[in-house]
Design a protein around this ligand. Structure first.
Ligand SMILES: Cc1cc2nc3c(=O)[nH]c(=O)nc-3n(C[C@H](O)[C@H](O)[C@H](O)COP(=O)(O)O)c2cc1C
Length: 389
């Protein structure tokens, strides 16, 4: 069965919900680890007040018994603590009251889904768009990805994400092993490995915030332990690099994606781009470099996957940008309620989880089975085949 999920829920509604279908039975789930991932998404220098209101934890409302998946759909719930302040405004029952009482939104924010969604769904209250387009939804995507991460860890596949750039401050390259990178960046307020860069990024975010502005950046995710042959060259929608690119672009505010050296590949000769193939008895076939980020022909090549995404600055600004009121059609300068100045560190956590999901999905397609034991047998058979090759 192929793996899939759907999410539902609004930013000021009672909860976010996800249903995951296609997980095998007998996957042990570590609930603490799952909640740890949710807490990681909430951290980061430059976040606004909402993250202080929410203390995200996931409840499991189906598909798990005595610590293991049963093979039934897994239902996940993340409650919104803020809901208690919004019960009337977000009530599903019809509501009498003024626009003010309903917190009706009629002034679309540039860079957000407000106006497009209002026009498309014929809403005169743009709150009906804003509530769902909010990046609060990434909380439940992290919960879903955390389950995928645990599935991958069971098969020795590990993931770490970190921040490469915030605005004009770039982190220097590092040579840390994956586990060390994860440990060091976890202790950093901006999820960078280098403490000098951390200080510079904090100061830069402060400056941007003082100016009433917002700032984006670049985040990277590395996946190790992925066997050769996930994805396929044989059909456009089976190419795993393409699927990962779609998933990354679906994260709120992400405007670009790179695999390996990415766009740089268009600026240097082929001899400096392609990774030479070598063979040793211990490692089998591998590449002497990893400039292509673990993909050739839409398939994994056994090298670590390296995926980068660029996040634009958050559209809700204290510094007003011009927009048009949908009631009066008059120009106004968009004012702000509450917003993050920089959510790039949080976005690196989201990136890890959407990539984890895509890799887990491709892994299950390759080694498909209804129980963990069946998948283990399939993996063993394939690894034996690779050894003989
Ligand atoms: C972790 C994270 C936090 C975000 N926080 C905010 C925020 O506080 N205010 C805001 O206006 N946009 C925020 N965004 C971005 C918007 O959700 C996003 O720009 C919007 O949904 C429009 O979608 P698009 O930018 O992909 O076109 C955040 C994005 C991420 C990934």
């Amino acid at each position: 069965m192929s793996l899939r999920y759907l999410t539902a829920g609004e930013t000021h509604g009672p909860q976010l919900t996800a249903i995951i279908e296609g997980l095998p039975s007998h996957l042990p789930l570590d609930f603490e680890a799952l909640n740890f991932e949710l807490a990681r998404r909430q951290k980061g220098y430059g976040r606004g007040r909402r993250m202080q209101i929410e203390k995200d934890t996931a409840q499991i409302a189906g598909g798990v018994r005595h610590g293991y998946t049963t093979g039934a759909p897994v239902a996940l719930i993340v409650e919104n603590n803020d809901w208690k302040h919004w019960q009337k405004i977000m009530n599903i029952e019809p509501m009498e009251g003024t626009d003010e009482e309903k917190r009706r939104v009629h002034r679309p924010r540039p860079g957000h889904a407000d106006l497009n969604g209002g026009l498309k769904y014929n809403h005169k209250d743009l709150r009906n768009v804003l509530e769902r387009s909010s990046a609060r939804e990434t909380a439940i995507r992290v919960a879903v990805g955390a389950v995928a991460k645990q599935f991958l860890e069971h098969f020795g596949i590990r993931i770490a994400g970190h921040v490469i750039r915030i605005g004009e401050i770039e982190a220097p390259p590092h040579n840390l092993p994956l586990s060390e990178l994860a440990r060091v960046t976890e202790a950093s307020s901006v999820r960078v490995a280098d403490s000098e860069t951390e200080k510079k990024m904090e100061a830069y975010i402060d400056k941007i915030k003082e100016e009433g502005d917002s700032i984006g950046g670049i985040v990277e995710c590395i996946v190790e332990g992925v066997p050769v042959g996930l994805g396929s060259h044989a059909q456009y929608d089976r190419k795993l690099d393409g699927r990962i690119a779609q998933a990354v672009m679906s994260i709120n505010a992400f405007k670009g994606v790179e695999i390996g050296i990415g766009f740089e590949a268009g600026t240097i000769p082929g001899s400096q781009v392609h990774d030479e193939i070598v063979y040793t008895k211990e490692r089998g076939y591998h590449r002497s470099t990893n400039r292509l980020g673990g993909f050739e022909g839409g398939m994994t090549n056994g090298m670590p996957l390296v995926v980068r995404g660029v996040m634009k600055p958050i559209p809700t600004l204290y510094k007003p940008l011009q927009s048009v009121d949908i009631d009066t059609k008059e120009a106004f300068a968009a004012q702000v309620e509450r917003s993050d100045a920089c959510a790039v560190p949080a976005a690196s956590v989201v990136l890890e989880h959407v990539v984890a999901w895509e890799v887990a999905k491709a892994f299950l397609e390759k080694f498909g089975g209804d129980s963990i034991q069946e998948i283990e047998r399939n993996v063993q058979g394939y690894l034996a085949q690779l050894e003989e090759y």
